[in-house]
Design a protein around this ligand. Structure first.
Ligand code: ASC
Length: 152
């Protein structure tokens, strides 16, 4: 029993000490990961946008898209790890500065996730005007990062 506890504690300590990017064997794996997250996010934004432009927005569809967005958005940042500055298929559009401006990028990421959470809450509330406003704020938070850190 003591042996088991000791082994478990060691394993837990090793896990805690492992760097965040240990989940990626190669830089290009991290690039594919974050690109995948952005593809999903873009598709959900597109779904919501289509409904907001419709004569009678389908609120259930918006709710579904907002929930997916809220569940995947927190994953995007995980892919920006050391060793993933260049490469990828398609090639990463992340500018080199993204990997140097830690606190600024973290603030943009935090803001985006906050706006996505607000959009999800607004979607659950079902008020289309409120959803529209929150959707605009999410778009702004996407754009803020793209403006500074995504190559054309
Ligand atoms: C989207 C999407 C983006 C952002 C950006 C906001 O729906 O796919 O990349 O919003 O266009 O300006």
């Amino acid at each position: 029993m003591h042996k088991f506890v000791a082994a478990f504690s060691l394993a837990a300590a090793a896990l805690a000490a492992a760097p965040a990017h240990a989940q990626f064997a190669k830089g290009e794996d991290a690039i594919r990961y974050r690109q995948s997250v952005f593809v999903i996010m873009g598709a959900q934004m597109g779904r919501i946008n289509a409904q907001l432009k419709a004569d009678k927005p389908n609120v259930a569809s918006i709710q579904s898209a907002a929930a997916v967005l809220a569940s995947v958005a927190p994953l995007a940042g995980e892919g920006f790890v050391p060793g993933s500055e260049t490469g990828g298929v398609p090639p990463t559009k992340a500018k080199p500065e993204l990997f140097l401006d830690g606190p600024k990028v973290a603030a943009l990421s935090k803001k985006m996730n906050e706006e996505v959470a607000k959009l999800n809450a607004a979607a659950k509330g079902g008020d289309v005007k409120a959803i529209q406003a929150a959707f605009g704020s999410v778009g702004q938070s996407c754009k803020a990062c793209h403006d500074d850190y995504r190559a054309k």
